[in-house]
Design a protein. Structure first.
Length: 222
């Protein structure tokens, strides 16, 4: 999409999301209503001074308005992270918040770098993201095939009044089996990842649980 088209679309969306009328925004920016309408329709480009005023009015970056960034924030660090990683501004802000607030009882505070190392790097290195992409696409394809098959089969029945019942049942079972299998493989890979991630503490907990049960047994407990 051309920069001017992007600017026009984003300018209009920002105003509508803010619940503002064109005249109200134009008055605040010190321009005419007609000028603002031209900007929103991509018929005219604002000069630098007006562009800056618009960015300040909506509290977004000029890069966002021009389509050079998908992050609205004026924080250059967050903008860079969003554009480089593809993470949304909301997701990045959540990581920052977790870094500031998330403390687990008796555990080392979890910071952003730890989260990135464990979850982002872990998911990529262990191929979990590849599995997510692979099986999600297969599930979508399977659902699309089901939709097409069911539609054609129902249309055939409406037209001819008959169906090969056994063949239709086999096809339905095949679709359901494939969907369940893809979901199972997705779930299994994610569970395996978290099992590996928590393996050390799981081993300690199992050892302590076994020891405690032996004590209870010696004391005559159930």
């Amino acid at each position: 999409m051309a920069t001017n088209e992007t600017f026009a679309e984003r300018l209009k969306t920002l105003r509508e999301n803010a619940g503002k009328k064109r005249q109200e925004v134009a008055d605040s920016l010190g321009i005419t209503r007609a000028s603002l309408e031209y900007y929103e329709k991509g018929k005219r480009k604002p000069d630098i001074e007006v562009l800056v005023k618009i960015a300040e009015y909506y509290k977004v970056s000029t890069d966002y308005l021009l389509g050079l960034s998908n992050a609205q924030t004026v924080d250059k660090d967050i903008q860079f992270i969003c554009d480089y990683t593809g993470l949304s501004e909301k997701a990045v802000n959540m990581l920052v918040k977790l870094n500031q607030e998330w403390n687990v009882a008796d555990c080392k505070p979890i910071n952003v770098q730890h989260l990135v190392n464990v979850f982002v790097n872990g998911f990529i290195e262990d191929g979990i993201l590849s599995y997510l992409s692979l099986y999600s696409n297969r599930i979508l394809l399977n659902l699309s095939e089901q939709k097409a098959y069911y539609t054609l089969t129902i249309d055939y029945y409406k037209e001819h009044g008959t169906l090969d019942i056994q063949e239709v049942k086999k096809q339905i079972e095949k679709f359901e089996y494939n969907t369940d299998m893809y979901l199972f493989k997705l779930q299994k890979n994610i569970i395996n990842f978290f099992d590996d991630f928590t393996f050390e503490i799981q081993a300690e907990v199992k050892k302590l649980r076994k020891e405690l049960k032996e004590i209870i047994s010696r004391l005559g407990g159930d």
